[in-house]
Design a protein around this ligand. Structure first.
Ligand SMILES: C[S@@+](CC[C@H](N)C(=O)[O-])C[C@H]1O[C@@H](n2cnc3c(N)ncnc32)[C@H](O)[C@@H]1O
Length: 269
């Protein structure tokens, strides 16, 4: 089959194919798919993870952007009735349209690193239809997702991911496990959306706005970065010190500020 489909990895599609059987097996064991579940793989590529996912007996939907990989995927898996192939862009995909019988999706992927952050935000916007996610990402990105307040890794990605999900950095994967080898280290992360958010904001769009504004200039104090949105009195009324920098605030602090902005907008409206 490999002579029939000589596929040259494409940089613009973030193609670094997994080749290490031990790592593939470790990822599949971490996911532990069951026949009763509904799986969704983003970017199946040449099927390194796909075969093991299908072996679980679960329904598997896959979304692949590169048209040239479609014939190979059809040839390898097309006869399996559990396999559902979608050629398209995961960034624009409506995942909720895949849900059948109310069964939430278990999302999996060795993600294209060039689009991983917007893709994670797109998935978070559909968190209600997702049971959990297991992703291979650039290690730096996983460190940011799992960060604690107070350090340089704590930022917009951390806060929005931790607002919706429990985050677990599972293990690291070195470049030589891929072909071609990426220039960066990789890691596997597990994200489990909360059934009930621990710090629910009145409007999470306002949380996104506050967080974006605060981290746009992360060296400045909140009283400066947020002055377009909230007065210093409004910031301090909810018990947040306006002389702090954004990396010193917890998720709960950001939610308080977002709810304060919500109240202000209600007043003005
Ligand atoms: C890092 S490779 C992983 C391939 C395979 N899963 C593996 O582990 O060997 C990323 C895959 O995502 C696909 N891809 C890139 N951008 C995409 C997008 N926007 N939507 C869906 N798939 C995409 C690439 O073509 C590629 O197959």
């Amino acid at each position: 089959m490999s002579e029939l489909f000589q596929h040259r990895a494409r940089k613009r599609f973030g193609q670094n194919f997994l080749k290490d059987a031990g790592i593939i097996d470790r990822i599949l064991r971490s996911i532990h798919p069951q026949a009763s579940q509904h799986l969704l793989e983003i970017g199946p590529g040449q099927g390194a993870l796909t075969a093991g996912l299908l072996a679980s007996g679960a329904r598997l939907d896959v979304i692949e952007l590169d048209q040239d990989l479609i014939p190979l995927l059809k040839l390898k898996f097309g006869l399996n009735p559990l396999f559902h192939l979608h050629q398209g862009d995961a960034l624009k995909f409506d995942f909720s349209a895949l849900v059948c019988n109310g069964k939430k999706l278990r999302v999996v992927g060795n993600l294209p690193y060039n689009i991983s952050t917007p893709l994670i935000f797109h998935l978070l916007s559909q968190h209600a239809v997702i049971e959990d996610m297991h992703f291979m990402l650039q290690k730096e990105v996983v460190k940011r997702m799992a960060a604690q307040p107070g350090g340089g890794d704590w930022g917009r990605l951390t806060i929005m991911v931790q607002y919706f999900c429990q985050v677990e950095h599972l293990f690291d994967v070195p470049p030589e496990c891929f072909t071609p080898a990426p220039k960066v280290d990789s890691a596997i992360v597990r994200l489990v959306p909360y059934e009930t958010l621990p710090y629910p904001a009145k409007d999470h769009k306002l949380l996104e706005l506050i967080v974006r504004e605060a981290f746009n200039q992360r060296r400045k104090t909140l009283r400066n970065t947020l002055k377009r949105l909230l007065t210093i009195e409004a910031i301090e009324q909810v018990g947040v010190d306006g002389s702090l920098r954004p990396e010193q605030l917890t998720l709960a602090d950001f939610v308080k500020l977002a709810d304060q902005l919500f109240l202000y907008q209600q007043h003005e409206g």
